[in-house]
Design a protein around this ligand. Structure first.
Ligand SMILES: Nc1nc2c(ncn2[C@@H]2O[C@H](COP(=O)(O)OP(=O)(O)O)[C@@H](O)[C@H]2O)c(=O)[nH]1
Ligand SMILES: [Mg+2]
Length: 471
């Protein structure tokens, strides 16, 4: 008898061996790099000065986005993971980073405002790490006010690949709000419960359980935190006064600084970095690239708005005229189709957004289908009126009175065709605004690729549901 078991297809949900995982992470990094390189070459070389009057202005406007693309590509090339620390004032954010670093590099202190600006420090967690880590210290979320605070937090969170949120006991309302806001950044987050040396064991456990419950209770059905994303540390334990008895029976008191308790956090971070660090890095770079590309498209479209309007109208008139003057049915239909295609090509050229003829044709098809009724009307009228027009044209050759019949059919048809062209132009504008991140090696495509491959036990897997929701 033959073996009834058939070989199982290698599903992405199955746990992988560590070497397979390493390969996969490497692939993710390479795909992200390729995607960013493609984007950079599209956007930095296409916009040469001199071709259009607004080019210089456009170049200046796009500088920040091009910088985002460049800096993310660098990050990928050097595999630098950014870990940012957040929390309210004096929770020990700087102290936690110092404890990870193993030396007191960042200033800490009981006074508010010791850390004024985000600061970053290189960390080499272990000798054979495949990634480099940059630790980013920030001021307390309650130290800077209003708009600046929100901007700083957003900015740092956007750049971070992993977020440490430091609390020092039961969480306050402000902290909970800040935590939820940070979760919006859709980045992996570890809740660090610091200063555990200040609490007796029972209190410590009670607070830990509170934090767990709070994490599980997140808004809109999603949990804010999983239990293994909460870690207890004592980054800079309070010095203890110890009594020292000397051989000559003299007694003195000395301050002893207990060793920090930081190993569990270090291990948690290391295992994340090891398991999915490079994939997280790739994904984050792609997400930032996608944002930058959307901004590039938007700015280009805004700056070229007048030219685009003119172009659309020009094509609309041209198409209407071509359709009206063409006496043969089907040929005008074809002519109209070609005109729409040319309009899409011209628009993408004007915006200098990447679009091949193939993509333009596909886009036109999508538009034809999605704008249904109106364009069907156009097609229908092309056929019926076109046939009528052909008949009228034949008839008008025999009798001059029939010319008016021809003209009537032609005018109606031209009006509908022209309007159709206008719709196509508008739809193409919208598509170009959002569409160039799709397509081969487009940021969205590669993001999907990576997300489709993540394993169930990873942070990425958990982020997937959130990331997959359309923006
Ligand atoms: N007892 C105790 N105190 C700590 C611990 N970590 C930090 N601190 C103290 O908390 C204060 C604020 O620390 P700092 O790192 O400057 O807080 P930040 O404002 O969040 O950066 C300092 O006086 C630290 O000595 C800890 O684990 N245990
Ligand atoms: Mg600080």
């Amino acid at each position: 008898m033959t073996n009834s078991r058939s070989p199982q297809p290698n599903s992405s949900a199955e746990p992988q061996t560590s070497s397979a995982r390493t390969n996969q992470q490497e692939t993710h990094l390479n795909r992200a790099r390729a995607s960013l390189r493609q984007a950079l070459s599209w956007y930095s070389h296409l916009r040469k000065p001199g071709q259009l009057p607004s080019n210089l202005e456009l170049q200046a406007a796009l500088k920040p986005e091009l910088e985002v693309l460049t800096s993310n590509l660098n990050k990928l090339d050097y595999s630098v993971i950014r870990i940012a620390v957040f929390g309210l004032v004096s929770r020990g954010k700087s102290a936690v980073l110092n404890a990870l670093l193993g030396q007191k590099i960042l200033q800490t202190g009981p006074l508010n405002g010791v850390t004024q600006w985000p600061r970053s420090v290189r960390w080499t967690p272990n000798a054979n790490a495949k990634v480099q880590v940059e630790l980013i210290d920030t001021p307390g979320l309650d130290e800077i006010q209003g708009q600046t605070r929100a901007e700083m937090a957003q900015d740092v969170a956007r750049q971070a690949d992993l977020i440490l949120f430091v609390v020092a006991g039961d969480i306050t309302r402000t902290e909970y709000q800040a935590l939820c806001e940070l979760r919006q950044a859709q980045k992996p987050l570890i809740l660090v419960f610091n200063k555990v040396d200040l609490y007796p064991d029972t209190d410590k456990q009670a607070i830990y359980q509170n934090l767990q419950q709070l994490g599980a209770r997140g808004g809109d059905r999603k949990s804010v935190l999983l239990p293994d994303e909460i870690v207890m540390v004592a980054a800079e334990p309070t010095p203890l006064e110890v009594r020292v008895e000397w051989p000559d029976s003299e007694v003195t008191y000395e301050w002893e600084i207990p060793a920090p308790q930081i190993d569990e956090l270090k291990q948690t971070i290391l295992s994340i970095l090891n398991r999915e660090g490079r994939s997280l890095l790739a994904l984050n770079a792609l997400i930032q690239a996608r944002e930058a590309e959307a901004a590039i498209a938007q700015k280009t479209i805004d700056l070229r708005n007048t030219e685009a309007e003119n172009l659309i109208w020009q094509f609309t008139r041209y198409k209407a005229l071509a359709v009206a003057l063409n006496p043969i049915a089907f040929l005008d239909l074809l002519g109209g189709f070609v005109a729409d295609l040319a309009l899409i090509r011209s628009l993408s050229h004007l915006y200098e957004l990447p679009m091949t003829s193939y993509q333009a044709a596909k886009l036109l098809k999508t538009i034809l289908i999605s704008s249904g009724g109106l364009l069907l009307g156009e097609l229908g009228s092309s056929l019926i009126l076109g046939l009528g027009k052909t008949t009228a044209a034949i008839a008008s050759a025999e009798s001059p009175t029939n010319i008016s019949a021809y003209a009537g059919a032609a005018m109606t048809q031209a009006g509908i065709a022209g309007y159709g062209s206008y719709t196509v132009g508008r739809a193409a504008q919208v598509y170009l605004e959002q569409g160039c991140t799709w397509g081969q090696l487009g940021a969205n495509t590669v993001i999907q690729e990576i997300l489709n491959q993540v394993e169930p036990n990873t942070i990425l897997y958990r982020l997937r549901q959130e990331l997959e929701q359309p923006e």
